[in-house]
Design a protein around this ligand. Structure first.
Ligand SMILES: Cc1cc2nc3c(=O)[nH]c(=O)nc-3n(C[C@H](O)[C@H](O)[C@H](O)COP(=O)(O)O)c2cc1C
Length: 345
């Protein structure tokens, strides 16, 4: 019923408006969804999740599905998202200084290709404001909150030392204020000034050396790029293992526009930012499988192109411990989360 309503009634209406606008409306509504009449209504619609608890790096998740970074980038929804079955969310990416992001439009739906073209440029209110906001929110006890940290999107941070200091500032502030259950270092944002500095193994090593000098008892993950060749990718994995980082999220957006199923959906002059959804699916699953063989003990969070419950199972079978998603929720509807939860019961 709820699937039918989303596909036949709600989605056709939502898709008439720009994705930026729909996102903002959802966040506006989501901010109020912690109020019990709203939350009870949503839970009635979507049903109770029947997933089992999973323990990953000492954190208990009440299901395998987390909202990926980029949707709740300003941290407004941590008290509401459990209503649709999410076990947790990743807030951000947050940066040391506020970022106004790239000039809009920041998002474009590629409907046939089941993808969102993302050109956001790390828009967010900055780590200090986000810490204050989160301090005022009461999330459910068993709702896990990860925080994704990126470098501020400005010219200063294209200098290596400044970029490292920038990550460190956010990381230390979050850690000392005890904000969040785990931290992710997003090294693979396609829209940042100066490019993806830390997808170079020697630069990543410099960053991790500093990060590991901070006394932090929470798990740390690295959000991996999916467009490197395997040699470059293992170069990063070697550093990640050397510095005893808990795990990786595989992975970020796809930057290869020739991998869209329907290339006509994007004008070649508009190849900017990265692609979510279906174009990420095969690359991320292949990398998960190879990483599981290469580093059997590393935590892997599978992300990219989980549009159906079968896609989630495929990633878990390939070796992922947990799943993150955004696009599947947009193209298929929020019932996808409980579909996955119930399938894995
Ligand atoms: C609108 C949007 C914004 C995003 N912003 C971020 C971000 O700020 N930080 C990040 O690490 N990933 C970001 N991503 C990437 C997602 O976290 C995820 O890696 C990617 O979308 C693949 O998952 P999906 O196919 O389930 O959407 C963003 C994705 C979307 C769709």
């Amino acid at each position: 019923m709820i699937r039918f309503l989303y596909q036949r009634a709600l989605k056709p209406i939502l898709f008439k408006f720009s994705p930026d606008f729909v996102h903002d409306v959802f966040v506006l509504i989501g901010k109020k969804c912690h109020l019990w009449p709203m939350k009870t209504l949503i839970q009635l619609f979507y049903g109770r999740s029947k997933a089992k608890y999973i323990n990953v790096d000492g954190i208990s998740y009440r299901g395998p599905v987390i909202l990926a970074a980029g949707f709740d980038y300003n941290a407004h929804l941590s008290h509401s998202l459990d209503a649709v079955g999410f076990a947790g969310e990743e807030i951000g990416s947050v940066t040391a200084k506020p970022c106004k992001g790239n000039n809009p439009p920041n998002l474009k739906r590629l409907i046939k290709s089941k993808s969102i073209q993302v050109y956001k440029g790390l828009k967010n209110d900055g780590v200090d404001t986000i810490i204050q906001r989160l301090a005022k929110q009461t999330r459910p006890n068993d709702f896990v909150m990860g925080i994704s940290i990126a470098k501020t999107n400005n010219e200063d941070c294209s200098v290596l030392e400044n970029a490292i200091d920038d990550y460190l500032y956010s990381f230390k502030r979050l850690n000392e204020t005890n904000t969040g259950d785990y931290y992710t270092l997003n090294i693979s944002c396609p829209n940042a000034f100066g490019g993806e500095t830390f997808t170079r193994a020697d630069y990543l090593e410099k960053l991790l050396e500093k990060v590991k000098s901070v006394d932090c008892s929470k798990p740390i993950y690295i959000k991996m790029p999916i467009n490197l060749d395997w040699n470059e990718f293992t170069g990063l994995l070697d550093i990640i293992v050397k510095y005893k980082i808990h795990g990786v999220i595989i992975g970020n957006l796809n930057k290869k526009y020739d991998e869209i199923d329907y290339p006509n959906e994007v004008d070649q002059n508009n190849y900017r930012g990265g692609l979510s959804g279906k174009p990420c699916q095969k690359r991320s699953t292949d990398l998960i499988r190879r990483t599981r063989q290469y580093c059997p003990d590393l935590t892997i969070i599978g992300c990219g192109g989980v549009i159906t419950k079968e896609d989630a199972l495929e990633k878990l079978d390939a070796g992922a411990d947990l799943i993150q998603l955004i696009s599947g929720m947009i193209f298929n509807g929020p019932h996808l989360i409980n579909d996955i939860n119930n399938q894995l019961r």
